[in-house]
Design a protein around this ligand. Structure first.
Ligand code: AVJ
Ligand code: FE
Length: 404
């Protein structure tokens, strides 16, 4: 169990990161909807504050809302994405955030976690809010990648460098050693069949969909020690992987054709030059040894079939991650074969809307975390979920295989 002062430190650190990130974007980029699946950058900022205020001020302390307009505007269920570009001014949102945070810190200073209170026991609501902000931080980085690529595209191609790309790279990316080189994924770990424990009962550290801890029967299987690299994925492309429907699921093939996808999202090949990869709007030579990222579930599934393998189930992934010392975890989110679903005995907490709407057989589970995933959402039991066609997230995969 974390103490109140540990929560204060962690919440404030996450907030510094959020504000540093937002500071790179000009007002136009703050309110722009760069992709249908994602809100404007600045919307996330207000949303973080509204969620924090809702749970602590209204739900825990029974006080009235600070701003019914903000509640409406920054709640995903109330306000559809295209409307969210009508954002209030940056300074106003920042003031709101600051006010909410002041109240949060005051509340934390006198909070007790040793209680039966459903939100306060083990400080779980603070843990949830911390993880909430950290997850939105990653989504904001996803949006900055999208914005960067759009700016790059509309400028003079190879010469274009998005100015804030350097700043973001300093804060988060490859130069900061968060991305390490990956070795050959030829190396496979072999696990024997057995009954394994999956998930957690730790209400102060996990989210509702990771609970409860329960037994699952896994078959004997193999799982690659490393995620699939750019170099390996390049081989799939070169041997016509994107042109041959036999590697793809029916749905995946339809998606590939409709979207005219021929390579991972941020790969670019300029006339007569080597492949590059856009990173926050800056073109970098593609590194063969890095984990491939910017692929949809469909691409991951097709690659695995081409390689004579398959994607691991989320249970296999968690079991292997906690028992086998898999390498390269935390470089990219890893797609699994599993549909997001409730564990047996699941109970929604603190609200239905956090996980339940996504238990719909339309979302695939991703595990592990990417190089920009924040500290309090990095753990082997954490479950992320997205539609199978999503590739703007920092997603890659590793392969598994059946064994006799
Ligand atoms: C688990 C990352 C898919 O961003 O939609 C944020 C997390 N839930 N606010 C999302 C979440 C509510 C969620 N993901
Ligand atoms: Fe949210």
């Amino acid at each position: 169990m974390r103490t109140a002062s540990e929560y204060i430190c962690a919440l404030e650190e996450a907030r510094t990161n959020t504000l540093d990130l937002i500071a790179v974007a000009d007002d136009e980029d703050l309110r722009r909807q760069v992709h249908v699946d994602f809100s404007p950058l600045g919307w996330h900022l207000g949303h973080i504050g509204v969620v924090e205020s809702f749970w602590l001020r209204q739900q825990c302390q029974g006080q009235p809302s600070l701003s019914p307009f903000y509640d409406f505007f920054f709640m995903p269920t109330e306000n559809p994405k295209p409307e969210r570009v009508q954002l209030p001014q940056r300074a106003e949102i920042l003031t709101y955030l600051h006010t909410v945070r002041g109240q949060t810190l005051q509340f934390l200073a006198q909070a007790t976690f040793d209680t039966e209170h459903p939100l306060l026991c083990e400080g779980n609501i603070f843990s949830m809010l911390l993880q909430h902000e950290e997850q939105h931080l990653e989504t904001m980085l996803v949006i900055l990648q999208l914005l960067g690529a759009t700016h790059y595209q509309s400028a003079h191609r190879a010469e274009a460098e998005v100015a804030w790309g350097t700043r973001i790279r300093q804060l988060y990316s490859l130069s900061s050693q968060r991305i390490t080189e990956v070795e050959s994924s030829e190396e496979t770990a072999h696990l024997s069949a057995g009954t394994v424990l999956i998930g957690s009962d730790h209400i102060g550290k996990t989210l509702d969909n990771e609970r409860p801890r329960h037994e699952v029967r896994v078959p004997a299987f193999g799982i690659d020690r490393w995620p699939v690299t750019n170099g390996e994925f390049f081989h799939f492309i070169e041997t016509g992987g994107y042109e041959d429907p036999s590697w793809w699921s029916a749905e995946g093939w339809q998606w590939r054709q409709q979207q005219e996808v021929y390579h991972p999202l941020y790969w670019r090949k300029l006339e007569g030059r080597h492949w590059t990869e856009l990173d926050f709007g800056q073109a970098r030579p593609l590194t063969g040894e890095q984990a491939v990222r910017g692929v949809s579930w469909y691409e991951a599934d097709a690659y695995a079939r081409w390689a004579g393998k398959r994607l691991p189930t989320e249970e296999e992934w968690e079991y292997a991650a906690t028992n086998e010392g898999l390498n390269g975890i935390g470089q990219v989110w890893e797609w699994t074969a599993t549909w997001f679903h409730p564990y047996p005995g699941f109970r929604a907490h603190p609200y239905d809307g956090y996980s339940v709407p996504y238990f719909d057989q339309q979302h695939r589970v991703l595990r592990g975390g990417s190089w920009v995933t924040q500290p309090h959402v990095r753990r082997p039991t954490f479950r992320n979920w997205y539609h199978p066609e999503v590739r703007a997230i920092f997603s890659g995969f590793r392969c598994a295989l059946d064994v006799e």
